[in-house]
Ligand binder design. Structure first.
Ligand code: ATP
Ligand code: FE
Length: 333
């Protein structure tokens, strides 16, 4: 099938065309407007999606070398995400599917992050373990098949990406702080500052303790020395990154041991983190895991992963109707 997919769950407007599982185009318009506010402003995101959608879809069709009449289905992210953002993409996709008289496919955004692994070789084989670390989620998932996934553990408070962004903000880094913290951490000593590892019993994660520990530590030290952050920035970044990575790996190791799964996949924007990648490769060498990390463009929000998920759903006959509505809290399983 030739599928046009639309992604608008947060602050990236994406459109992609997938033909028989082969990616023909993948276009993303990233919204810059939120930077000045230090976080995504939902109302501004919805408006930017309205402006970006038509140009992005048009570009995706053009780059794929097809017209809308060639499409076999239209897919869209149903959730989870921001309600207003999901509504804009949802209405666009519904209208297009109705006008073309083609099936509509409603896609779960977190499943899509995982199925991004099937866009390019090497692909994992089912079942495998996936650690999804994004701006809004941290999930350890047993992926039985493209359609059946089971959450083993997840964060009980902040997501890993949020932990990076919020601690980076405390250090005065620009939003989103994750990539900045990563860059600075490379020059720092991870052993100088120790923070609490937020691994819970079972496979759950907690990152709010880290944020609080960093906040109080910085308050205490800057009261003594106003230049404390500037003088120790790289070491602070390295210490924080080390703690987040250690937390993620602790639960991953436990889940892999208990499930006996040896294929370990990473998904979501935090998969770009150099500390996490290195630690995962090292752990894999020790444990004998096979590691899968998608290219960066498929880790952050994109419509290609939505198209891939829709492809599996289309093959399985999992088609939506015009009655489908966005679900900001849509569950993975
Ligand atoms: P969700 O899918 O949960 O709604 P999202 O799709 O908006 O969230 P992503 O785009 O997958 O989130 O990831 C964005 C997050 O990844 C941000 O928190 C950002 O700081 C973080 N991030 C990106 N690159 C890095 C990096 N190199 N190191 C650490 N964090 C990073
Ligand atoms: Fe996402």
């Amino acid at each position: 099938p030739i599928i046009l997919a639309i992604e608008s769950s947060c602050d990236d407007t994406g459109a992609a065309v997938l033909a028989g599982g082969e990616l023909l185009s993948n276009v993303v318009a990233t919204q810059k407007v939120h930077e000045q506010y230090g976080g995504v402003v939902p109302e501004l995101a919805s408006r930017a999606h309205q402006q970006h959608l038509l140009p992005v879809v048009t570009a995706a069709l053009r780059e794929a070398g097809i017209t809308k009449d060639d499409l076999d289905a239209v897919a869209v992210t149903q959730g989870p995400g921001l309600l207003g953002s999901l509504l804009v993409g949802g209405m666009f996709a519904k209208t297009l599917a109705l006008a073309l008289d083609k099936p509509l496919l409603a896609v779960n955004h977190m499943r899509a992050h995982i199925l991004a692994h099937f866009l390019r070789d090497p692909k994992p084989t089912f079942p495998f373990l996936c650690l999804t670390v994004s701006g809004g989620h941290t999930q350890l998932v047993r992926v039985h098949s493209a359609l059946q996934m089971e959450i083993l553990g997840q964060t009980i408070d902040d997501a890993a990406g949020e932990a990076f962004d919020k601690t980076a903000k405390l250090l005065g880094l620009p939003y989103p702080g994750g990539p900045h913290l990563d860059r600075l951490a490379r020059q720092g000593d991870p052993t100088r500052f120790a923070f609490p590892v937020g691994a819970m019993p079972g496979y759950d994660f907690s990152f709010s303790g880290l944020k609080t520990a960093v906040l109080y530590f910085l308050k205490k030290e800057t009261a003594k020395n106003p230049e404390f952050i500037a003088e120790n920035l790289a070491d602070l970044c390295a210490g924080i990154q080390h703690t987040i990575v250690a937390t993620l790996l602790k639960q991953l190791r436990r889940a892999a041991a208990d499930t006996g799964l040896t294929q370990v996949a990473l998904a979501g924007g935090v998969a770009a983190n150099s500390g996490l990648r290195t630690a995962l490769q090292q752990e894999a060498a020790v444990q004998g895991w096979e590691v899968f990390i998608p290219e960066f463009a498929f880790c952050t929000d994109n419509a290609a992963m939505v198209a891939m998920t829709a492809h599996f759903q289309f093959e399985a006959g999992d088609v939506a109707t015009q009655l489908v509505s966005p679900d900001p809290r849509l569950k993975l399983s």
